[in-house]
Design a binder for this molecule. Structure first.
Ligand code: MRU
Length: 351
């Protein structure tokens, strides 16, 4: 059963992308118009839109924007296709870790390669695909939510890290999709949200959408999770994912690995919730997942104000990899995958 969210982080309207600016939530709730391919690339890189499935949707729309721009410069379909293929490869590099972006760009590349239409027809096909990816994502998340709700104990307190909610997807959420579906069945469940330094997706975004949906949420800082686990106040952990290797190793927002270790120590089940488009079966383990390195200013500053001494060294990886042995299950739109992931992941792709 679905507990709808009103939030739509990105949608296609009248030939442009309408994008909710996630850098200013919760201070402002404002949509921006994304009208060119380069503007979409920058919006993904600068995290106006963020979250693995949402940047997949954005990438697919970005290819349509490029195609619309190119229409006046080409009369030859093959030259147009070659140029668009290059732009699609470029769009796929806007962020490196979330594989949904590369997946969505590959989907558009298949259309570019296989289409027998003229330029106008190809643009129409690419537009339809971008809209389909967005709509499908909402449906996939609802299925993830419903499968996940089955493993949420009655009255549970669920800890989550970062934002894997409506804001990070087409509009329902993966980890928060599980929360939404569980809450629809049992309104005594509660959420603990990690703040998620440095960009505070937990504090700014997860609490925003849960408060909007009137789902009880308690904000904690990143170092507090073991304390509350030790007190018996957390019953399960559910987080999203940016890329899952064939053996189940999972990249998600930096700090996720720490939460998973704490959960294992306290015997608390730690789940990943993600669509199959987040699984990268081309890589054997998490060692092969590229980890995004972001600007030092994200660490040295909060709200534009420097919080540390000048001259300090900074390292700022955006993601970490949780080893598969810490993961109780991967909740997908096709059901919950369990260890041995090498087998369950291969099986789910076989259909
Ligand atoms: O850097 P972000 O905000 O894009 O990172 C987002 C996350 O790590 C999410 O947990 C992940 O993308 C899953 S979103 C359903």
């Amino acid at each position: 059963m679905a507990f709808e969210s009103k939030i739509r982080p990105i949608y296609w309207e009248n030939g442009i992308s309408k994008m909710l600016d996630q850098t200013i939530i919760p201070y402002e709730y404002k949509y921006v118009d994304i009208t060119s391919g380069q503007q979409m690339f920058d919006a993904i890189r600068n995290m106006i839109v963020r979250g693995a499935p949402a940047i997949g949707i954005a990438g697919a729309q970005g290819i349509v924007l490029y195609a619309q721009e190119g229409v006046n410069n080409f009369s030859n379909i093959d030259k147009f296709k070659n140029w668009l293929m290059e732009k699609t490869d470029y769009m796929a590099t806007s962020r490196p870790t979330a594989v949904n972006l590369m997946w969505a760009c590959e989907e558009q590349k298949k259309i570019i390669k296989n289409s027998t239409s003229n330029i106008e027809g190809l643009i129409k096909e690419l537009t339809e695909k971008a809209i389909e990816i967005e709509k499908d994502d909402i449906e996939r998340c609802k299925k993830i939510g419903d499968y996940g709700a089955e493993v949420v104990p009655k009255g549970a307190t669920i800890l989550t890290h970062c934002n894997a909610g409506a804001l990070a997807t087409g509009g329902y959420g993966t980890a928060l999709g599980v929360v939404r579906s569980a809450y629809a069945k049992d309104n005594t469940i509660k959420v603990f949200a990690d703040e998620t330094r440095p960009r505070q997706q937990g504090a700014r975004l997860t609490t925003f959408e849960l408060v909007m949906d009137k789902i009880p949420v308690t904000l904690i800082t990143d170092g507090m999770c073991s304390y509350f686990m030790n007190k018996g106040m957390i019953d399960m952990v559910v987080v999203g994912a940016d890329r899952i290797a064939a053996n189940g190793d999972t990249a998600n927002k930096i700090g996720t690995y720490t939460v998973a270790i704490a959960a294992k120590y306290h015997n608390i089940p730690f789940y990943i919730a993600a669509p199959l488009s987040t699984i990268d079966i081309s890589i054997k383990s998490g060692k092969e997942i590229p980890i995004e390195e972001r600007s030092h200013e994200e660490v040295t500053h909060i709200n534009g104000k420097r919080i540390c001494a000048e001259g300090v060294n900074i390292i700022n990886p955006g993601f970490d990899v949780t080893p598969h042995e810490l993961i109780a299950g991967i909740i997908t739109e096709k059901g919950i995958l369990r260890p041995d992931y090498n087998k369950s992941i291969v099986d789910v792709f076989k259909g």
